[in-house]
Write a protein that binds this ligand. Sequence first.
Ligand code: NAD
Length: 491
Amino acid sequence: MTNTLFIDGRWVPAASGETREIRNPADGELVGVVAEAGAEDTEAAIAAARAAFDGGAWRAVPAPERGDFLLKVADRLRERKAEFARAESLDTGKRLVESEIDMDDIAACFAYFGKLAGLEAGRLVDAGDADVVSRIVYEPIGVCGLITPWNYPLLQAAWKIAPALAAGNAFVLKPSELTPHTAILMMQVLDELGLPAGVANLVLGAGATAGAPLSSHPDVDMVSFTGGLETGKVIAAAAAGTVKKVALELGGKNPNVIFADADFDAAVDNALNGAFVHSGQVCSAGARIIVQDTIAERFVDELVRRAQGIRLGGPFDEAAETGPLISAAHRDKVTAYVEQAVAEGARVRCGGAWGEGELAKGYYYLPTVLDNVRRGMSAVRDEAFGPVVTVETFSDEDEAVATANDTHYGLAGAVWTQDAGRAQRVAGRLRHGTVWINDFHPYLPQAEWGGFGQSGVGRELGPTGLAEYQEAKHVYHNTRPQVTGWFEDRK
Ligand code: NAD
């Protein structure tokens, strides 16, 4: 079925009739055929969202009731978890258990924003005048363009959809063209639960065609994008033409700082998780290990030994610990990245090659550890978005912090030490949006997520994640109007 665009409450094909095949990156098998939208489809979706927003059907619903709706979405997602998780694994190639965790997190995200929706209607401001009532009210922004990547397809979309709906907006979602299926399922749920037509719209297709109108169109009030840095720059520049609000969740080159007094086994184990979960296709991957020189050799030897033992396989292979890269093109990028690192002097301690045998059917790349790297090298500076970790060393706290902060990104980082004072000092000095102490990767729907530096603009999740989808309006009410006499009445 190719009626997979959801526009104005109806399932429709692309106006051009074009379609796209979706294939499982683990084995190349056909997963489905979906509509390939062009700009005209996206413009139709924007028009539907504009009409729905201006018509007021959703924003007029009291905020606590909008919250109740989100709680129902969370329930429905929990009921249909197996089906959603399977669809996510088929599109992305990630382990089924990882997709199941994603679905739990997505339900939790809807539940969080469902509960938050009706809590705060605004605030009173003391105007310093007993005859004045001054209040701030929070209103929806309007039509939101939501553009999302392929690594956590529905999770990244949920971080946008849930607060956008909680705040009373209408939206057009454009997921990655590689991973459309869970977005289709999500629209089914919103539709079944009775969201008014036009409030939620889905267009599927390539970024430059189906996605581009969301950042340039005058009827879109905000564009919220998660994806790569270069695409983020294109979107921000296009959005400037109509001065729309821009939220960007971009990449990261995230430091994992390990002091000599850290719990060694836990630090090695979490360094593996940080770098190789989902084959490193994680914006917050701990791709830069920065380890104290006194333990560096032992640490890297152990990391390499463990990395060599990681079992790769498809999403439904229960023995597999991580899966393939998303596409042949992406694997070529990771391959070129490692080649460039080697040309600049890096040493491949393990990996640096494609999967062989059974794995040759998919886009597998072996867990890779690079040492003999220096700050400034491309492997240390640029995001690989694959299973590649570099190792740098430091001698003292100042050098550790300086090294970890030497990046144009600033999404996340970790510090490992059993010295609580040092842990807090270093956490305070790291210029990254999330800092883990003696852990890697956990995040909470109630805690803001986002980047310093070129990792982005704005925050998702937490109370700020809702505020991103709201305008603050100041209502100033003079309850006893009087002639001011500022201008003399010369009649
Ligand atoms: P990408 O930038 O190639 O694509 C992301 C989305 O943007 C896709 O839907 C794509 O179709 C769309 N797009 C591309 N060009 C566009 C244009 N001109 N106009 C509008 N839309 C356009 O990123 P990707 O390869 O899908 O994802 C990987 C990147 O995402 C990595 O860099 C990763 O770090 C980042 N990411 C960041 C976070 C975060 O929370 N900060 C989370 C996940 C992924």
